[in-house]
Design a protein around this ligand. Structure first.
Ligand code: IPM
Ligand code: MN
Length: 354
C-alpha cells in the first residue's frame, strides 16, 4: 500500500456537490482496484456558507488547502449571490493564492459523444489547451474614477510578467514533448500580437526563446480570432495550445462545446510544485440541483486528471478508459436530463466499467 494522499473535496454550489460525489465514488473505486489510499476531507465552502456566515470560506482557507495533495472542486455560482463574488473568493483567490499557474484543459471527443461539428470524429478532436492562470485581465488591477457620473472612467489592466509567461510556456513545451503525439509534436501559441503589441510581444519573444530549447517540438502561432475559426473548421490541426488567461478562458468554452459540451469538459488548475485543483468546467447549473439530471462525466474526467497529476498514470488511464466505455456503449446523450441514466447511475456505470 502506498501512503494515503489527502484530497480536499469542495462540492461548492448548485449541482457541484452532486457531481463531486460521483467523482469521489469513482476515485474510491479505482483506489480499491489499484491499491491506492486516499483520505478525503469534505469542505462546505461556497454560496450557502457565505449566506449563512458571511464568508464563503474560513479566513485560513488557503492555509488549510496547502496541507492537501490535491483538491477536487464541484462548481462555483449561487443564484442568491451577486455574480463575481464567489468566482473571486472561491475560484480566483484559490488559483492565485495557491499559485496554480497552469489551467490545463484537454479537449477530447469521447466515443459515442455527439459533437456539433459535422464530419469530425474522435480522431479529429483531441488536443490540450494550456491556459496561463495567474495574470492578464484576471489580476483585478485597475479602478474607477468619478463612478456613477457621466465622466466615469474605468480601467482594467492586463498584466503580464516575463516569469509568468515563461513558466507557462515552458510547461507547455514539456507537456507537448511528454504527450508525444504520433501525428507530430506541435505547440501553437495563441495570442493577438497584431493589436496587443506590448503584452503579447512579451509572450511572442518568450515563446521564440523557449522554443529554441525544444528543437523536437514544431511550433506554430495563431491570432486568437483565427484560432476560433480553426478550432471549428480544423480541430485536427491542434496538438497543444498555449495561451493567455483571458483568451484561454474563451477558447476553452468553444473547445468544450466541440468535445460534447459542459457535461464532459474538465480542467486542472495546476501548480507543478504545489497543490493543484481539478474541476468540471460546467458551472453550478442551479436549476438542476437535486434532480439527478446533471452529467457527472466532467467531474469524473477531472478525477482522472487529478490522478495523473499525483503520478498515478495507470489509475488515471483506467478511469479514462472506463469513461470512454460508458460514453461509447451506455449513455444516450451527454446533455443534462437526456443521458438515459441519473447522475448517480452514470457514476455507478463508470465504477462497473473500471
Ligand atoms: C473558468 C470560469 C472562470 C474563469 C470564472 C468562473 C471566474 O469561466 O474556469 O473558465 O473565468 O476562469
Ligand atoms: Mn471559463
Amino acid at each position: 500500500m502506498s501512503k494515503a494522499r489527502k484530497i480536499a473535496v469542495i462540492g461548492g454550489d448548485g449541482t457541484g456537490p452532486e457531481v463531486a460525489d460521483e467523482g469521489v465514488k469513482v476515485l474510491q473505486a479505482v483506489a480499491k482496484l489499484e491499491k491506492l489510499q486516499f483520505e478525503l476531507t469534505h469542505l462546505d465552502w461556497g454560496g450557502d456558507r457565505l449566506l449563512k456566515t458571511g464568508a464563503a470560506l474560513p479566513d485560513d482557507g488557503l492555509d488549510q488547502l496547502r496541507k492537501f495533495d490535491a483538491i477536487l472542486l464541484g462548481a462555483v455560482g449561487h443564484p442568491d449571490v451577486a455574480p463575481g463574488i464567489l468566482e473571486r473568493k472561491l475560484l480566483l483567490d484559490l488559483r492565485f493564492g495557491l499559485d496554480q499557474y497552469i489551467n490545463l484543459r484537454p479537449v477530447k471527443l469521447f466515443p459515442g459523444v455527439e459533437t456539433p461539428l459535422r464530419d469530425k470524429g474522435v480522431n479529429d478532436i483531441d488536443f490540450i489547451v494550456v491556459r496561463e492562470n495567474t495574470e492578464d485581465l484576471y489580476c483585478g488591477a485597475g479602478g474607477f474614477m468619478h463612478k456613477g457620473t457621466p465622466h466615469e472612467v474605468a480601467t482594467q489592466m492586463a498584466i503580464y510578467t516575463r516569469r509568468g509567461c515563461e513558466r507557462c510556456i515552458r510547461w507547455a513545451f514539456e507537456l507537448t514533448r511528454k504527450r508525444n503525439n504520433p501525428k507530430g509534436k506541435k505547440l501553437t501559441l495563441v495570442a493577438k500580437t497584431n493589436v496587443l503589441t506590448i503584452g503579447h510581444d512579451l509572450w511572442w519573444r518568450t515563446f521564440k526563446e523557449v522554443a529554441a530549447e525544444y528543437p523536437d517540438v514544431q511550433t506554430d502561432y495563431n491570432h486568437v480570432d483565427a484560432c476560433c475559426m480553426w478550432i471549428v473548421k480544423n480541430p485536427e490541426f491542434y496538438d497543444v495550445i498555449v495561451t493567455t488567461n483571458m483568451f484561454g478562458d474563451i477558447i476553452t468554452d468553444l473547445s468544450g462545446i466541440i468535445q460534447g459540451g459542459m457535461g464532459v469538459a474538465a480542467g486542472g488548475n495546476i501548480n507543478p510544485e504545489g497543490v493543484s485543483m481539478f474541476e468540471p468546467m460546467g458551472g453550478s447549473a442551479p436549476k438542476y440541483t437535486g434532480t439527478g439530471k446533471i452529467n457527472p462525466i466532467a467531474a469524473i474526467n477531472a478525477v482522472s486528471m487529478l490522478l495523473d497529476q499525483l503520478g498515478e498514470a495507470k489509475a488515471a488511464k483506467r478511469v479514462m478508459d472506463a469513461i470512454m466505455k460508458v460514453t461509447g456503449t451506455k449513455m444516450k446523450s451527454q446533455a443534462a436530463g437526456k443521458m438515459g441514466y441519473t447522475t448517480s447511475q452514470v457514476g455507478d456505470l463508470v465504477c462497473e466499467a473500471l
